[in-house]
Design a protein around this ligand. Structure first.
Ligand code: ATP
Ligand code: MG
Length: 497
């Protein structure tokens, strides 16, 4: 077959150096899979019969990556961060797994076959040996002992070897299966699926941080809803967020068509469609988790109520994220977004001070994430999009309350300094001088220097009372006018009146 592979020169050079040094070198794993799929590889892995000391000896700059003998080869003069380090791992044989997590001992092999055998999925076990290059494209020989290319064509994920054995060696592979299937939009082979169902329990032996990393990748994929529903179906969602599953069959009030579980998943799906960040996606997923314990039937309303579900939901969210070992900062932000997701947003009725309180609750740096959670929530409920005008109006109000207010505090001088330089005592004159100075600075921002303002303050202090009063009042009016102008500009930007 005359397939060509587009491989960065820096990566190909590492393989070439190994071969010139008398060793075998194959591109392996995700990068070969992605090349065959026409996707851009995230990182580049090479496997070789060279041992770690032999690899290290061939390159000027290397470092040890992990306990598996992986050597990071630093490629010189490369701008692109993702191409800077090529990971070279010796062919590996794995010993037994007594704890379903880590091989008891890692030993090197001289056979590529051994290395392919220990890899997780057929599509990740294809090795590529580079050949002749023409203009950045390489000829190549594929070593595909497990029909990985057939599975790629069928868009199927299948374990190398017997799935139950492979999952009991390393239970994390079950989550990797789901994560990779979701990222590539593949299905999981029925035998492999069955083994996940049967071995799911072993996931409780896996460190939370490793589970978290797969959970994050499922959430950040294009179709996290597919990932979580598949996780539920195969019995592994309970190792990520069992609380979500309690929402299955928990019907909501008449305004909602979906149960709590489906609503949360649909909200997340929309957040992914809009490419929102991780914090927003987490908040979208968990925003209504508090509805499960707070649901009560109201005889008066003849419907379900969920009083306090935002407060309770924030607590449950914090617990889930802490259990998975998320960083404190992430927990803080996501919890806030869940806590405040119920904000009132009817632009016909809401006041600026109400908007100001909402911004105050989550902080200016998270207000747009909160808006996005609300947007996703609405779509996840099955309601039509907010009218574009109302949405723009709301966004404009947020911008309006967040703009820096014009005030005398912008000046490079304050009341105390004025009293000092002008030799006057406290009284209404100080405020008038400050406003007269503000007027000048608004007119000519370059005047906002300590030197100018101090000498000008002295002059103003010497003016007759009436003249200073006029200048001060004029300053106040200019401030009001300037503020109105700012607000008009913000509204224009958002296309609202
Ligand atoms: P991506 O880089 O896009 O996340 P990847 O498949 O390259 O995907 P890595 O975590 O970089 O994933 O792993 C590189 C390769 O190492 C995999 O393709 C697979 O062959 C092997 N591998 C990784 N984790 C395991 C595991 N838990 N069990 C067996 N083989 C694994
Ligand atoms: Mg990889």
């Amino acid at each position: 077959m005359n397939q060509k592979f587009s491989v960065p020169e820096s990566v190909a050079n590492v393989a070439k150096t190994l071969e010139t040094g008398g060793f075998e070198a194959y591109l392996i794993g995700g990068c070969v899979r992605d090349l065959l799929l026409g996707r851009t590889p995230k990182d580049w892995d090479i496997t070789s019969n060279a041992t770690p000391p032999e690899i290290t000896a061939l390159f000027p700059k290397t470092f040890y990556e992990n306990e598996y003998g992986t050597v990071g080869v630093v490629t010189e003069g490369i701008e692109d961060e993702t191409l800077k380090v090529v990971e070279v791992t010796p062919y590996r044989l794995e010993g037994g797994y007594s704890d379903k997590r880590r091989p008891d001992k890692v030993s090197w092999s001289t056979n590529l076959e051994d290395d392919l055998k220990r890899r997780d999925f057929t599509i990740n076990a294809i090795a590529l040996r580079l050949g002749k290059e023409t203009r950045g494209n390489y000829e190549g020989t594929l070593v595909d002992l497990y029909e990985g290319q057939i599975d790629l064509a069928k868009k199927t994920l299948r374990t190398v070897g017997e799935p139950t054995a492979r999952f009991s060696e390393d239970a994390l592979r079950m989550l990797r299966a789901i994560r990779i299937a979701v990222e590539l939009d593949f299905t999981i082979d029925p035998e492999t699926q069955k083994a996940i169902v049967e071995n799911a329990e072993h996931l409780k032996e896996i460190a939370p941080e490793r589970i978290r990393e797969e959970f994050i990748r499922i959430l950040m994929s294009e179709k996290p809803d597919y990932g979580l529903i598949l996780s539920h179906k195969l019995g592994v969602l309970r190792f990520m967020a069992p609380e979500l599953e309690e929402g299955i069959g928990v019907d909501q009030n008449k305004a909602h068509s979906y149960d709590v579980f489906e609503h949360c998943i649909r909200t997340l799906a929309h957040a992914a469609k809009k490419k929102f960040d991780l914090e927003t996606r987490l908040a979208a997923l968990f925003h209504d988790i508090g509805k499960i314990p707070t649901r009560r039937f109201s005889d008066e309303k003849h419907d379900w109520t969920f009083h306090g579900h935002d407060v309770v939901g924030a607590k449950i969210t914090a617990k889930i994220l802490a259990r998975l070992g998320f960083p404190k900062k992430t927990i803080e932000v996501v919890t806030k977004l869940v806590r405040w997701h119920m904000f009132f947003s009817d632009t016909e009725q809401i006041t600026h001070s109400a908007v100001r309180r909402i911004v105050g609750n989550v902080g200016t740096e998270h207000i747009w994430q909160l808006m996005n959670v609300r947007l996703a929530d609405r779509i996840g409920t099955g309601r039509p999009k907010e009218s574009p005008y109302r949405l723009r109006k709301y966004h404009s109000m947020v911008d309006e309350v967040m703009r820096d207010p014009l005030s005398v505090s912008m000046l490079k001088i304050n009341g105390a300094k004025i009293m000092e330089v002008a030799g006057i005592s406290p009284g209404p004159a100080i405020g008038l001088i400050l406003h007269a100075l503000l007027e000048e600075v608004l007119d000519e921002p370059a005047k906002n220097t300590e030197e100018y303002l101090q000498s000008r303050a002295k002059e103003l202090a010497a003016l007759p009372e009436k003249a200073l009063l006029d200048l001060g009042e004029k300053g106040k009016q200019t401030k009001v006018k300037e503020e109105e102008k700012h607000i008009r500009e913000i509204r224009k930007k958002h296309w609202v009146e």
